[in-house]
Design a protein around this ligand. Structure first.
Ligand code: CMC
Length: 431
């Protein structure tokens, strides 16, 4: 708490003085909790563009400068020096692990990689062409039926076990969704592999042949996981917090987060990028698509461009741009037309006044889609991979919310614009 205040005129001579809170860094925040009680007015902020919904110590974003920090560490440093589980530990516990802490954390997570055999039956109940995200929403939500004891969320031990289970099982469930869609047997996890290698194993191994993950591919995938691990109070994280604020099971809250992530304006964008690059088809067609973007009667947007918070280059995209080159070179795909179109599109868009004036830069999804497609991941799995990676952020934010003494059930208000009070008309008197 500070003694700074901000005064707002609320009509005529009336005014209200509200406390101003300081964060560690970033904009100051006007504390409007008493605003309604003192003035009888609500505040209006659809899309929450000016609203801080909680206090958080996990992630900081400076969208104007293109900065992303987890627990104070720069995302570029984390993505180039750490592995995914090391970053998970940091996000969950607030400090980078030492060797022994990293070893124990790896053990705690891998101990939970298998799913109950009954989950196989659940997955088999789906149509083979079900979207992996539809299946993940259902299966992750269903985990709450398997782990009743985790429903007491006030018990820190329960929360910790739910945390390990979710981080460990999401890749297993995502890979099951893929294997089911192509009619191959589910592949059990291998705890001797690292997180990314194990996921590649469950995706691409078959029981009749040995499988050895490519280290360059595994490293690129691990980096994609790190770059998607958390992103402060975005739509899916806010969904997890809102569902969690009711005291619901963590599995139900994460399932809701997956549902929220699915939309093309959020996690579905990496899939949409690849579909868009396919549709463009050739660098010669780019001007035509840029014309469409500028046409007010056409709602076409360049997928993978723009961000609600970043009004500068998305720092995650910087790391992945390099990674896309490394992977495509390793796989001998550096001449892929899709990469050529992507690079050309980026160059032209960054020079175009429409994009410059609106501060529209490539975001993380612009390059992650290209990498995932090069390593043989089908587009329908892209958002599922984002969900796997974001699970640590969701569960860390959920834990933080449960421990927050200021936490209340999330309950926004509204500006009512419907009919005023009116007399009821019996059916036989209605026109
Ligand atoms: N292509 C063309 N024009 C765009 C784009 C785009 N991708 N994004 C925004 N604009 C324009 C928009 O038409 C508007 O122009 P005008 O002022 O003339 O009406 C202006 O820029 C502001 O757009 P907005 O919709 O008010 O911005 P927003 O902050 O609400 O939207 C966004 C953010 C990410 C939903 C949007 O930029 C978008 O739809 N991008 C494409 C989808 C995408 O790549 N999403 C992934 C986001 S990163 C992953 C994640 O964190 O989930």
């Amino acid at each position: 708490m500070t003694d700074k205040t901000a005064r707002f005129t609320t009509g005529g001579d009336a005014s209200i003085e509200l406390p101003v809170l300081d964060g560690a860094i970033g904009p100051q925040v006007v504390d409007i909790r008493k605003f309604y009680a003192d003035t009888g007015m609500f505040t209006y902020d659809p899309g929450f563009t000016s609203t801080a919904s909680c206090r958080s110590k996990i992630t900081f974003i400076d969208g104007d400068e293109g900065v992303l920090l987890h627990r104070g560490y720069n995302i570029e440093d984390l993505a180039t020096n750490c592995d995914f589980l090391e970053v998970c530990y940091l996000i969950l516990y607030g400090e980078l692990p030492n060797k022994e802490e990293r070893r124990k954390f790896g053990y705690d997570v891998t101990y939970h990689t298998m799913v109950h055999e009954q989950i196989n039956q659940l997955v088999r109940g789906f149509r083979r062409d079900a979207h992996p995200m539809a299946l993940m929403i259902a299966v992750v939500g269903a985990l709450s039926a398997f782990y009743y004891e985790d429903l007491n969320i006030r018990d820190p031990r329960n929360r910790m076990i739910a945390t390990f289970r979710l981080i460990a099982k999401l890749p297993t469930i995502a890979a099951m969704a893929y294997k089911y869609s192509i009619g191959q047997p589910f592949i059990y996890p291998r705890n001797d592999l690292n997180y990314a290698e194990n996921f590649l194993h469950m995706m691409f191994a078959v029981p009749c042949e040995p499988f050895k993950p490519n280290p360059v591919v595994a490293k690129a995938l691990d980096q994609i996981f790190i770059l998607h691990a958390d992103h402060e109070q975005n739509a899916s994280t806010s969904t997890v917090r809102l569902v969690g604020s009711t005291g619901a099971s963590p599995y139900a809250a994460i399932s809701a987060g997956i549902a929220s992530l699915w939309g093309p304006a959020h996690g579905g964008a990496n899939e949409a990028v690849v579909n868009m690059l396919r549709e463009i088809g050739s660098p010669d067609e780019i001007p035509h698509y840029l014309e469409r973007v500028k046409d007010k009667n056409d709602n076409f947007r360049l997928m993978g461009f723009g961000h609600r918070v970043y009004k500068n280059y998305d720092p995650r995209a910087t790391v992945l741009k390099q990674s896309a080159h490394d992977v495509l070179t390793e796989l001998g795909k550096q001449d892929e037309p899709m990469l050529k179109i992507a690079l050309e599109l980026e160059k032209i868009a960054l020079d175009d006044s429409y994009f410059v004036d609106r501060k529209l830069f490539p975001n993380v999804d612009f390059y992650s889609g290209i990498i995932l497609q090069a390593i043989g991941i089908p587009t329908s799995m892209f958002t599922a991979i984002f969900a796997m990676a974001r699970t640590v952020g969701w569960i860390a934010q959920w834990n933080e919310m449960v421990e927050d003494p200021e936490q209340k059930i999330g309950r926004p208000r509204q500006l009512y614009t419907g009919a005023p009070p009116r007399d009821f008309v019996p059916m036989d008197q209605r026109g």
